[in-house]
Design a protein around this ligand. Structure first.
Ligand code: GSH
Length: 270
């Protein structure tokens, strides 16, 4: 009956189902719960809700419970309600170095996403791929300017904090430069503090944040920020100087999509 909305919203690749809701409030609540877009219109009797259901998709995520780049992809998959199987790569025992894994990713990094024979690496490239293929809910805002803002937050985390504190870097500090645990922690928290300070200032002065990094729905900025906050907590880096980051992180972690993606809730958690 409303094929045009369907097509406009989802394009050719999308799948959708109509649901009936007694009121617009119920419709909204339903969409919030499943984390998908609400397209609501009133017939004489009902409001209708459009959502993208869990697809029986042939996707496989190679990841590790504590990997924050894998954590980002898990959040994105959950927000979009995309079904995916898991392959666990035990990073601390070096499974990423195996010949078999290097066929998937010569960089020896998780995550790797296999989608129907396509092999994808780099968490942000994977997430944007998912966002293009399954556009709802969108993880990037509509306007160019807003997209640039959200990407800049995501990239601050993914390019300017995370690579300095990655497992292979920490191992190099330990085994090649003989830095003890407290110096490694100092290194870790130094890079967290440097970039978190800048992010906090950014949020405070641009005031584009709402419940989340940008407005009131999660974007790739949150998808990157939350795992980095989890890492900062794991290394006991002080967070008191970043109240905005803490608040955004707390709001995100109220959502099931973020909870289900967290390291402690993964089957390979130790
Ligand atoms: N830029 C990459 C980074 C991937 C990455 O650093 N993965 C880490 C886990 S979070 C890893 O596999 N580390 C293995 C190692 O350091 O040996 C991405 O975003 O996917």
């Amino acid at each position: 009956m409303c094929e045009w909305i369907w097509n406009e919203i989802l394009g050719d690749s999308g799948s959708a189902v109509w649901r009936q809701a007694a009121s617009v409030g119920d419709a909204r609540r339903f969409c919030e719960e499943v984390g998908l877009i609400l397209v609501c219109f009133q017939s004489s009797k009902y409001y209708f809700v459009l959502y993208q259901p869990v697809d029986p998709i042939d996707m496989n995520l190679h990841g590790y419970f504590r990997s924050s780049a894998s954590y980002r992809v898990r959040i994105a998959l959950n927000l979009k309600n995309i079904a995916c199987t898991n392959e666990f790569v035990h990073l601390t025992s070096g499974e990423q170095q195996s010949d078999e894994f290097q066929l998937l990713n010569p960089q020896k990094f998780v995550p790797v996403l296999e989608d129907d024979g396509i092999i994808l690496t780099q968490s942000l490239a994977i997430i944007e791929y998912l966002d293009e293929k399954y556009p709802h809910p969108a993880l990037l805002p509509k306007s160019e300017e807003d997209r640039a803002f959200v990407r800049s937050i995501a990239l601050s985390v993914a390019c300017d904090i995370h690579p300095l504190n990655n497992l292979r870097v920490l191992k190099y500090l330990e085994y090649n430069l003989n830095l003890d645990k407290s110096l490694r922690k100092q290194w870790y928290c130094h890079w967290i503090a440097t970039e978190f300070k800048a992010l906090e200032t950014r949020f405070a002065s641009f005031a584009r944040y709402g419940k989340f990094s940008f407005g009131d729905s999660p974007t790739i900025a949150d998808v990157c920020l939350v795992p980095q906050m989890a890492n900062a907590r794991r290394f006991n880096c002080p967070l008191r100087d970043y109240p905005i980051l803490v608040e955004i992180d707390q709001n995100c972690r109220k959502l099931e999509a973020f909870q289900k993606a967290s390291p402690e809730n993964q089957p390979d958690a130790e």
